[in-house]
Write a protein that binds this ligand. Structure first.
Ligand code: MTE
Ligand code: MO
Length: 329
């Protein structure tokens, strides 16, 4: 592994999300324990656990399977110990690869299987935890929706080493942490996987509720509704207008609506929402006629199709605020 320690590439800031499709070289990188450098001649993918017969695939074999391309956003959940902190690490790419459901069905899923465990080639230390290797899991019912990829391409290019070469998972609508890079092994199981990244980290606290007085935790799987204003940029000087306020919005299952505020969240106006392509982010926009001069705070908030809405503060998908100055000119 090179390096063999946590490695991050900083994300584009919200006002830099100008392109509908994020180039691979601009995509944020998250590697908890470092970056495996894999020689393709030594690499295979083994599929086992609760299957009829375990099987091993070469890179060529995976690439011979029918190829699917899915446009999908990809978002990091942020710091596993601090789900309150928004990090807004987001990109939107066209992912190319083999359909995982088809591959698993060809191996034969046994009826007792309920989770897919996915193993990376990376191992080591992260924040006082030790993992050998990186393991995540996902519920099988999500997987059988038929849009989970064994991805070997981003935007038509092979994955680079930082983004998981030669093969990674891509689970549209799930936080990035679940889309395991540098895959080595897949296993079907009847329970959740053990290891720091499934049992200790990436489990959000859930508030007590009627029927669940103790609260508990929930795995960091589904992406909650979120949006950012791309333009105007923070601290922009705004003339008399009209000014187009526009940005990106995303949620697992797609965004239902986006509202925009020009007065720091006191009043909200429905934005126009662009359509979703496959599992992509969506563009929203609103024409603004600034009144007077002085400071204004622009905000956006998205709602998903289940009715969940971005919180004002205190959670990873909290509303993003853009201060601007109205010149009155
Ligand atoms: N094997 C492995 N897969 C991994 C990780 C990792 O540390 N090891 N990090 C995860 C996290 S937290 C995120 S946000 C995404 C980041 O993918 P990217 O670096 O391609 O943007 O990869 C996920 N897959
Ligand atoms: Mo992440």
């Amino acid at each position: 592994m090179e390096p063999h320690r946590m490695f991050r590439q900083v994300p584009l800031a919200p006002h830099q999300l100008i392109q509908d499709i994020t180039p691979q070289s601009d995509l944020f990188v998250l590697a908890h324990m470092g970056v495996p450098r894999i020689d393709i001649d030594d690499w295979t993918l083994t599929v086992g656990g609760l299957v009829n017969e375990s099987m091993t695939f070469t890179y060529d074999r995976i690439r011979q399977l029918p190829k699917r391309e899915i446009q999908a956003f990809h978002q990091c959940a942020g710091y596993p110990k601090n789900p309150q902190l928004p990090t807004r690490r987001i990109g939107n790419m066209v992912w190319g690869g083999a359909d995982l459901k088809t591959l698993l069905e060809s191996v034969g899923i046994l009826p007792a299987a309920r989770f897919l465990w996915s193993f990376g080639h990376d191992y080591g230390e992260y924040d006082g935890f030790h993992a050998d290797p990186y393991v995540k899991d996902l519920p099988l019912d999500r997987l059988l929706q038929s849009d989970v990829l064994l991805a070997y391409e981003i935007n038509g290019e092979p994955l680079d080493a930082l983004h998981g070469y030669p093969l990674r998972l891509l689970i549209p609508g799930f936080y990035g942490t679940n889309s395991v890079k540098w895959l080595s092994r897949l296993e079907l199981a009847d329970r959740r996987a053990e290891g720091p990244f499934t049992t200790l980290l990436y489990n959000d606290p859930v508030a007590p509720s009627p029927g669940h007085p103790a609260g508990g935790t929930r795995p960091v799987w589904h992406v909650a509704p979120e949006s950012v204003i791309v333009s105007p940029a923070p601290n922009a000087k705004i003339g008399r207008g009209p000014v187009e306020i526009w940005g990106r919005a995303w949620a697992d299952g797609g965004v239902a609506s986006v509202e925009v505020s020009m007065d720091g969240g006191r009043s909200w106006y429905a934005a126009e929402l662009g359509k979703q392509i496959d599992r992509s982010w969506q563009t929203f926009s609103l024409a603004w006629h600034p009144q007077g001069e002085g400071n204004a705070v622009l905000m956006s908030r998205a709602a998903d199709k289940m009715g969940a809405i971005q919180p004002d503060a205190g959670w990873r998908n909290a509303v993003y605020a853009v201060p601007v100055t109205m010149t009155g000119l």
